[in-house]
Ligand binder design. Structure first.
Ligand SMILES: [Mg+2]
Length: 281
């Protein structure tokens, strides 16, 4: 039984075999049709489209958000439409090499941190390349994310970003959305005095397997100390990837997001799955 089964609503079994479905962005994952294509004239499509609906328990997910104190977001393919490291690799002319390594890493032959190290060793991004990359290739916010985050803030919920990506790429996104950088967990790149790539901070929880869960625990502990005794914040994690799903527990709930890419293994295991942030408002 999945460890997620202990949450309120049990698990819906959905059979699926593919690993990922791209939804309108330049994902390296194999593409599959997301929705049954239909013509406007066909009245029968209403039913067939329902069978192709990628969402799971949207009404309950919305209720979970309503009751949450803290909402945490993954960033790549969740808050933004791209995968930052893949885009940076492409920009530095190392897209194919990094894609090959990512494929190898997905086979489970290396730890998360080793995969990160090897990808960065291929890209070796300099400070200048990152500056130029940010200027020429700005991230694209996912549809509705700005409205959803403003909605959460208006409801007095705390918002955090937890990313396996890099501060230097994600800080501008957080600033654009009004998220304080103290509410952002991500990896830190190091540079030498000439601005050449010099490694990354292996002490950041987000640089290792299970790190997003560690970040959630830190967030819980920090916020619990601000609450009355015996009061615990309800924390929800939202994301597209396996590491997001695996951060619950310690997050109280995980809501899968498939607005940019649907990773079938995540959708299968997630109890709640949405494809549009507007579904949660
Ligand atoms: Mg992601």
């Amino acid at each position: 039984m999945s460890r997620l089964n202990k949450s309120l609503f049990g698990l819906v079994a959905i059979s699926a075999s593919t690993s990922a479905t791209s939804v309108g962005n330049s994902s390296v994952m194999p593409q599959l049709p997301l929705l049954v294509s239909h013509s406007a004239s066909s009245s029968a499509t209403t039913i067939s489209n329902k069978t192709a609906d990628r969402t799971k328990r949207v009404a309950e997910a919305k209720e979970i958000i309503r009751a949450a104190d803290i909402v945490c977001f993954d960033v790549d393919s969740t808050v933004i439409q791209e995968e930052g490291i893949d885009e940076l690799a492409e920009y530095c002319g190392k897209g194919q090499e990094v894609a090959n390594l990512t494929r190898e890493a997905m086979g489970g032959t290396m730890t998360f941190q080793e995969a990160l190290r090897r990808r960065l060793d291929i890209i070796k991004p300099s400070q200048k390349q990152i500056r130029d990359f940010l200027r020429t290739t700005p991230s694209t916010l996912s549809p509705g994310i700005n409205e959803f985050i403003q909605h959460l803030k208006n409801e007095n919920k705390k918002v955090y970003f937890i990313s396996g990506g890099f501060h230097s790429l994600i800080d501008p996104v957080a600033q654009e959305l009004g998220i304080p950088l103290t509410n952002l967990f991500a990896n830190k790149l190091w540079f030498d005095y000439k601005g050449n790539y010099g490694g990354f901070d292996v002490n950041q929880p987000t640089s290792r397997s299970g790190g997003k869960g560690e970040a959630i625990t830190q967030i819980r502990n920090f916020n619990s100390s601000q609450l009355q005794a015996n009061t615990q914040s309800k924390i929800v994690m939202i994301g597209d990837g396996a590491t997001d799903l695996e951060s619950s527990p310690p997050a109280d709930y995980f809501i899968g997001y498939g607005g940019n890419v649907v990773r079938e293994s995540v959708r299968e295991r997630a109890q709640y799955f949405v494809t549009d942030f507007m579904q949660l408002m």
